[in-house]
Ligand binder design. Structure first.
Ligand code: TXA
Ligand code: MG
Length: 318
Protein backbone atom coordinates (compact mmCIF):
# COMPACT_ATOMS: atom_id res chain seq x y z
CA UNK A 1 0.00 0.00 0.00
CA UNK A 2 1.23 3.50 -0.81
CA UNK A 3 2.02 5.49 2.30
CA UNK A 4 0.43 8.92 2.80
CA UNK A 5 2.46 11.63 4.48
CA UNK A 6 0.88 14.87 5.66
CA UNK A 7 3.58 17.03 4.05
CA UNK A 8 3.21 15.49 0.57
CA UNK A 9 0.61 17.27 -1.53
CA UNK A 10 -1.02 16.41 -4.84
CA UNK A 11 -0.80 19.23 -7.37
CA UNK A 12 -3.87 21.40 -7.93
CA UNK A 13 -4.79 25.08 -7.89
CA UNK A 14 -4.87 25.17 -4.12
CA UNK A 15 -1.46 23.58 -3.64
CA UNK A 16 -0.01 25.74 -6.44
CA UNK A 17 -0.99 28.83 -4.41
CA UNK A 18 0.29 27.20 -1.26
CA UNK A 19 3.67 26.48 -2.86
CA UNK A 20 3.97 30.01 -4.23
CA UNK A 21 3.11 31.57 -0.86
CA UNK A 22 5.50 29.21 0.88
CA UNK A 23 8.42 30.13 -1.39
CA UNK A 24 7.63 33.85 -1.28
CA UNK A 25 7.83 33.63 2.51
CA UNK A 26 11.38 32.34 2.32
CA UNK A 27 10.50 28.73 3.08
CA UNK A 28 11.78 25.71 1.17
CA UNK A 29 9.78 23.08 -0.71
CA UNK A 30 10.41 19.70 -2.32
CA UNK A 31 9.53 20.04 -5.99
CA UNK A 32 9.49 17.58 -8.89
CA UNK A 33 11.65 18.02 -11.95
CA UNK A 34 12.14 15.79 -14.98
CA UNK A 35 15.62 14.79 -13.73
CA UNK A 36 15.28 14.35 -9.95
CA UNK A 37 13.33 16.10 -7.16
CA UNK A 38 14.76 19.38 -5.92
CA UNK A 39 14.83 21.25 -2.62
CA UNK A 40 13.70 24.71 -3.73
CA UNK A 41 14.08 28.15 -2.19
CA UNK A 42 14.21 31.79 -3.29
CA UNK A 43 17.66 32.27 -4.87
CA UNK A 44 17.61 35.98 -3.96
CA UNK A 45 16.92 35.36 -0.28
CA UNK A 46 19.72 34.64 2.17
CA UNK A 47 17.52 32.83 4.67
CA UNK A 48 16.12 30.45 2.05
CA UNK A 49 19.62 29.64 0.85
CA UNK A 50 20.84 29.01 4.38
CA UNK A 51 17.90 26.67 5.01
CA UNK A 52 18.78 24.63 1.92
CA UNK A 53 22.44 24.23 2.93
CA UNK A 54 21.50 23.43 6.51
CA UNK A 55 18.89 20.81 5.62
CA UNK A 56 21.15 19.10 3.13
CA UNK A 57 24.22 19.32 5.34
CA UNK A 58 25.89 20.71 2.25
CA UNK A 59 29.28 22.42 2.43
CA UNK A 60 29.04 26.12 1.56
CA UNK A 61 31.81 25.53 -0.98
CA UNK A 62 29.36 23.67 -3.25
CA UNK A 63 27.23 26.11 -5.31
CA UNK A 64 23.53 25.59 -6.08
CA UNK A 65 21.91 25.46 -9.50
CA UNK A 66 19.54 28.38 -10.13
CA UNK A 67 16.28 27.50 -11.92
CA UNK A 68 14.34 29.83 -14.22
CA UNK A 69 11.11 29.93 -16.15
CA UNK A 70 12.39 32.04 -19.03
CA UNK A 71 15.44 33.50 -20.71
CA UNK A 72 14.19 37.00 -19.85
CA UNK A 73 14.46 36.15 -16.16
CA UNK A 74 17.87 34.52 -16.48
CA UNK A 75 19.57 37.37 -18.34
CA UNK A 76 19.09 39.54 -15.28
CA UNK A 77 21.64 37.34 -13.51
CA UNK A 78 24.06 35.94 -16.11
CA UNK A 79 26.10 36.98 -19.13
CA UNK A 80 24.91 34.89 -22.05
CA UNK A 81 26.94 33.86 -25.12
CA UNK A 82 26.46 32.20 -28.50
CA UNK A 83 27.05 28.63 -27.34
CA UNK A 84 24.49 29.11 -24.61
CA UNK A 85 21.89 30.49 -26.99
CA UNK A 86 22.42 27.62 -29.42
CA UNK A 87 21.93 25.00 -26.70
CA UNK A 88 19.12 26.90 -25.01
CA UNK A 89 17.13 26.95 -28.26
CA UNK A 90 17.71 23.26 -28.82
CA UNK A 91 17.32 21.75 -25.35
CA UNK A 92 15.38 24.09 -23.07
CA UNK A 93 13.34 23.67 -21.07
CA UNK A 94 15.14 20.42 -20.34
CA UNK A 95 17.74 18.44 -18.39
CA UNK A 96 20.81 20.62 -18.90
CA UNK A 97 22.59 23.14 -16.65
CA UNK A 98 24.78 25.88 -18.08
CA UNK A 99 27.66 27.44 -16.19
CA UNK A 100 27.88 31.10 -17.18
CA UNK A 101 29.49 34.25 -15.82
CA UNK A 102 27.35 36.05 -13.29
CA UNK A 103 26.38 39.66 -13.86
CA UNK A 104 27.79 42.08 -11.33
CA UNK A 105 24.25 43.34 -10.80
CA UNK A 106 22.82 39.87 -10.05
CA UNK A 107 20.48 39.57 -7.09
CA UNK A 108 21.36 35.90 -6.51
CA UNK A 109 22.62 35.63 -2.96
CA UNK A 110 26.41 35.03 -3.01
CA UNK A 111 26.06 32.10 -0.58
CA UNK A 112 24.07 30.21 -3.25
CA UNK A 113 27.03 30.57 -5.60
CA UNK A 114 29.72 29.62 -3.09
CA UNK A 115 30.94 33.19 -3.76
CA UNK A 116 31.99 32.18 -7.29
CA UNK A 117 31.83 34.53 -10.26
CA UNK A 118 29.87 31.93 -12.23
CA UNK A 119 26.30 30.64 -12.01
CA UNK A 120 24.82 27.27 -12.97
CA UNK A 121 21.43 27.97 -14.56
CA UNK A 122 18.73 25.54 -15.61
CA UNK A 123 15.26 25.65 -17.13
CA UNK A 124 13.46 22.55 -15.89
CA UNK A 125 10.73 21.12 -18.11
CA UNK A 126 8.50 19.50 -15.47
CA UNK A 127 5.06 21.13 -15.79
CA UNK A 128 4.46 21.58 -12.07
CA UNK A 129 7.74 23.30 -11.35
CA UNK A 130 7.39 25.41 -14.48
CA UNK A 131 3.96 26.57 -13.40
CA UNK A 132 5.39 27.60 -10.02
CA UNK A 133 8.39 29.36 -11.61
CA UNK A 134 6.02 31.24 -13.91
CA UNK A 135 4.16 32.77 -10.98
CA UNK A 136 7.06 34.01 -8.88
CA UNK A 137 9.36 36.94 -9.57
CA UNK A 138 12.54 35.27 -8.38
CA UNK A 139 14.46 32.17 -9.55
CA UNK A 140 14.69 29.02 -7.45
CA UNK A 141 17.92 27.71 -6.03
CA UNK A 142 17.28 23.99 -6.20
CA UNK A 143 19.79 21.26 -5.45
CA UNK A 144 18.62 17.68 -5.49
CA UNK A 145 16.36 17.05 -2.47
CA UNK A 146 18.67 14.68 -0.62
CA UNK A 147 21.16 14.96 2.19
CA UNK A 148 24.66 15.68 0.89
CA UNK A 149 26.39 12.62 -0.61
CA UNK A 150 23.15 10.60 -0.68
CA UNK A 151 21.39 9.33 -3.77
CA UNK A 152 19.01 11.86 -5.39
CA UNK A 153 15.24 11.39 -4.94
CA UNK A 154 13.10 10.42 -7.91
CA UNK A 155 9.66 10.71 -6.31
CA UNK A 156 7.91 12.49 -3.45
CA UNK A 157 8.33 9.54 -1.06
CA UNK A 158 12.10 9.59 -1.62
CA UNK A 159 12.13 13.26 -0.59
CA UNK A 160 10.19 12.31 2.54
CA UNK A 161 12.73 9.54 3.12
CA UNK A 162 15.51 12.13 3.20
CA UNK A 163 13.98 14.91 5.29
CA UNK A 164 10.86 13.44 6.93
CA UNK A 165 8.83 16.36 8.39
CA UNK A 166 11.76 18.79 8.33
CA UNK A 167 10.31 20.27 5.16
CA UNK A 168 6.67 21.26 5.32
CA UNK A 169 5.77 21.05 1.66
CA UNK A 170 6.57 18.40 -0.92
CA UNK A 171 4.65 18.49 -4.19
CA UNK A 172 3.97 15.09 -5.70
CA UNK A 173 4.70 15.24 -9.43
CA UNK A 174 5.04 11.49 -10.02
CA UNK A 175 8.28 9.69 -10.77
CA UNK A 176 10.98 11.83 -12.38
CA UNK A 177 11.15 10.64 -16.00
CA UNK A 178 14.90 10.90 -16.43
CA UNK A 179 15.97 9.82 -12.95
CA UNK A 180 19.55 11.18 -13.11
CA UNK A 181 20.67 14.77 -12.52
CA UNK A 182 21.02 17.22 -15.42
CA UNK A 183 24.09 17.46 -17.62
CA UNK A 184 26.29 20.30 -16.33
CA UNK A 185 28.23 22.10 -19.04
CA UNK A 186 30.68 24.95 -18.49
CA UNK A 187 30.20 27.59 -21.19
CA UNK A 188 32.35 30.31 -19.63
CA UNK A 189 35.06 29.35 -22.13
CA UNK A 190 35.56 26.41 -24.53
CA UNK A 191 32.68 24.08 -23.58
CA UNK A 192 33.39 21.38 -21.06
CA UNK A 193 31.06 18.83 -19.50
CA UNK A 194 31.41 18.91 -15.72
CA UNK A 195 28.69 16.34 -14.98
CA UNK A 196 27.49 13.88 -17.63
CA UNK A 197 23.74 13.47 -18.05
CA UNK A 198 21.13 12.21 -20.47
CA UNK A 199 22.06 14.93 -22.97
CA UNK A 200 25.49 13.49 -23.66
CA UNK A 201 28.60 14.86 -25.35
CA UNK A 202 27.86 13.14 -28.64
CA UNK A 203 24.49 14.88 -28.86
CA UNK A 204 25.93 18.24 -27.79
CA UNK A 205 28.78 17.91 -30.25
CA UNK A 206 26.31 18.36 -33.10
CA UNK A 207 25.68 21.93 -31.98
CA UNK A 208 28.83 23.23 -30.31
CA UNK A 209 32.56 22.64 -30.49
CA UNK A 210 34.32 21.07 -27.50
CA UNK A 211 37.91 21.67 -26.58
CA UNK A 212 40.25 18.76 -27.12
CA UNK A 213 40.49 16.22 -24.31
CA UNK A 214 42.81 16.97 -21.43
CA UNK A 215 44.13 14.55 -18.89
CA UNK A 216 41.72 14.38 -15.98
CA UNK A 217 44.26 13.38 -13.34
CA UNK A 218 45.33 16.01 -10.82
CA UNK A 219 42.83 18.45 -12.26
CA UNK A 220 41.33 20.91 -9.81
CA UNK A 221 37.74 20.01 -8.99
CA UNK A 222 35.90 22.70 -10.94
CA UNK A 223 32.43 21.47 -10.21
CA UNK A 224 32.39 20.85 -6.50
CA UNK A 225 29.68 18.22 -6.99
CA UNK A 226 32.27 16.18 -8.84
CA UNK A 227 33.73 15.13 -5.53
CA UNK A 228 34.40 11.44 -5.63
CA UNK A 229 32.38 10.58 -2.54
CA UNK A 230 28.89 11.17 -3.84
CA UNK A 231 25.62 9.53 -4.81
CA UNK A 232 26.06 6.95 -2.10
CA UNK A 233 23.37 4.38 -1.32
CA UNK A 234 25.00 3.99 2.12
CA UNK A 235 26.43 0.49 1.59
CA UNK A 236 29.52 -0.65 -0.36
CA UNK A 237 29.10 -0.70 -4.14
CA UNK A 238 31.31 -2.83 -6.38
CA UNK A 239 31.26 -2.08 -10.11
CA UNK A 240 32.16 -4.11 -13.24
CA UNK A 241 31.21 -7.34 -11.44
CA UNK A 242 31.22 -10.60 -13.39
CA UNK A 243 30.49 -13.16 -10.72
CA UNK A 244 27.69 -13.12 -8.15
CA UNK A 245 28.93 -13.54 -4.57
CA UNK A 246 25.72 -15.27 -3.41
CA UNK A 247 24.80 -12.69 -0.82
CA UNK A 248 24.85 -9.14 -2.22
CA UNK A 249 22.22 -7.36 -4.28
CA UNK A 250 23.21 -7.73 -7.93
CA UNK A 251 22.34 -4.94 -10.41
CA UNK A 252 22.51 -5.70 -14.11
CA UNK A 253 21.03 -5.06 -17.55
CA UNK A 254 18.76 -7.54 -19.35
CA UNK A 255 16.56 -10.41 -18.17
CA UNK A 256 19.04 -13.14 -17.40
CA UNK A 257 18.04 -13.66 -13.75
CA UNK A 258 14.26 -13.82 -13.86
CA UNK A 259 12.92 -14.65 -10.45
CA UNK A 260 15.60 -14.32 -7.81
CA UNK A 261 14.93 -11.52 -5.31
CA UNK A 262 18.63 -10.66 -5.08
CA UNK A 263 18.82 -9.61 -8.73
CA UNK A 264 17.74 -6.18 -9.94
CA UNK A 265 17.54 -5.45 -13.65
CA UNK A 266 17.79 -1.77 -14.57
CA UNK A 267 16.22 -2.51 -17.95
CA UNK A 268 14.91 -5.85 -19.18
CA UNK A 269 15.60 -4.94 -22.79
CA UNK A 270 18.99 -3.28 -22.27
CA UNK A 271 17.67 0.24 -22.79
CA UNK A 272 20.24 2.57 -21.23
CA UNK A 273 17.81 5.49 -20.82
CA UNK A 274 15.41 3.26 -18.93
CA UNK A 275 18.33 1.93 -16.89
CA UNK A 276 19.32 5.49 -15.93
CA UNK A 277 15.78 6.25 -14.81
CA UNK A 278 15.70 3.18 -12.53
CA UNK A 279 19.15 3.37 -10.94
CA UNK A 280 18.44 5.54 -7.87
CA UNK A 281 15.16 3.80 -7.05
CA UNK A 282 16.89 0.44 -7.21
CA UNK A 283 19.64 1.76 -4.89
CA UNK A 284 17.02 2.86 -2.36
CA UNK A 285 15.05 -0.40 -2.58
CA UNK A 286 18.20 -2.45 -2.03
CA UNK A 287 19.19 -0.40 1.00
CA UNK A 288 15.70 -0.72 2.49
CA UNK A 289 15.68 -4.48 2.02
CA UNK A 290 18.73 -4.66 4.27
CA UNK A 291 21.38 -5.85 1.81
CA UNK A 292 24.91 -5.18 3.02
CA UNK A 293 26.58 -4.76 -0.35
CA UNK A 294 25.76 -4.02 -4.00
CA UNK A 295 27.42 -5.61 -7.01
CA UNK A 296 26.88 -4.00 -10.41
CA UNK A 297 27.72 -5.72 -13.67
CA UNK A 298 29.37 -3.88 -16.56
CA UNK A 299 27.30 -1.05 -18.05
CA UNK A 300 28.19 -0.06 -21.65
CA UNK A 301 29.88 3.35 -21.65
CA UNK A 302 27.83 5.01 -24.37
CA UNK A 303 24.83 7.36 -24.47
CA UNK A 304 23.08 7.41 -21.09
CA UNK A 305 25.51 4.67 -19.98
CA UNK A 306 28.18 7.37 -19.57
CA UNK A 307 26.08 9.18 -16.94
CA UNK A 308 25.21 5.87 -15.23
CA UNK A 309 28.88 4.90 -15.06
CA UNK A 310 29.79 8.33 -13.69
CA UNK A 311 27.29 7.93 -10.81
CA UNK A 312 28.03 4.28 -9.96
CA UNK A 313 31.77 4.94 -10.04
CA UNK A 314 31.30 7.69 -7.47
CA UNK A 315 28.96 5.48 -5.43
CA UNK A 316 31.70 2.83 -5.40
CA UNK A 317 34.30 5.25 -3.99
CA UNK A 318 32.88 5.33 -0.46
O1 TXA B 1 19.02 17.81 -12.38
C1 TXA B 1 19.49 18.65 -11.61
O2 TXA B 1 20.41 19.40 -11.96
C2 TXA B 1 18.93 18.72 -10.19
C3 TXA B 1 17.47 19.22 -10.29
C4 TXA B 1 16.82 19.37 -8.94
O3 TXA B 1 17.42 20.40 -11.02
N1 TXA B 1 19.73 19.55 -9.37
C5 TXA B 1 20.96 19.14 -8.95
O4 TXA B 1 21.57 20.04 -8.09
O5 TXA B 1 21.46 18.10 -9.28
P1 TXA B 1 22.80 19.65 -7.17
O6 TXA B 1 23.03 20.83 -6.30
O7 TXA B 1 22.52 18.38 -6.52
O8 TXA B 1 24.00 19.55 -8.17
C6 TXA B 1 24.50 20.72 -8.76
C7 TXA B 1 25.83 20.48 -9.39
C8 TXA B 1 26.90 20.32 -8.35
O9 TXA B 1 27.80 19.34 -8.83
C9 TXA B 1 27.54 21.69 -8.29
O10 TXA B 1 28.85 21.66 -7.85
C10 TXA B 1 27.45 22.11 -9.75
O11 TXA B 1 26.20 21.63 -10.17
N2 TXA B 1 27.48 23.57 -9.88
C11 TXA B 1 26.53 24.46 -9.53
N3 TXA B 1 26.94 25.73 -9.78
C12 TXA B 1 28.18 25.62 -10.31
C13 TXA B 1 29.13 26.58 -10.77
N4 TXA B 1 28.91 27.88 -10.74
N5 TXA B 1 30.31 26.10 -11.26
C14 TXA B 1 30.57 24.77 -11.32
N6 TXA B 1 29.69 23.83 -10.89
C15 TXA B 1 28.52 24.24 -10.41
MG1 MG C 1 22.80 16.58 -5.75
Amino acid sequence: MKKCYSNIFAFNKKTLSKAIKHLKNGKVAGLPTETVYGLAGNAYNKKSIQKIFRLKGRPYSNPLIIHYYSLEQAIKDVEINTNFLTLFKKFCPGPITFILKRKISTKIHPLALAKLKTVGIRFPSHKITRSILKEINFPLAMPSANKSFHVSPVDADDVYDEFKKKIRLIIDGGKSKIGLESTVIDLTKAPEILRPGIIDKKILNKYIKFKSKKKFKNKIIRSPGMMKKHYSPGIPVLINQKKYDNKSAFIYLGNKYKSNKNFFSLSKNNNLKEAASNLYKVFRTIKKRGFKKIQISNIPNLGSGIAINDRIKRASKN
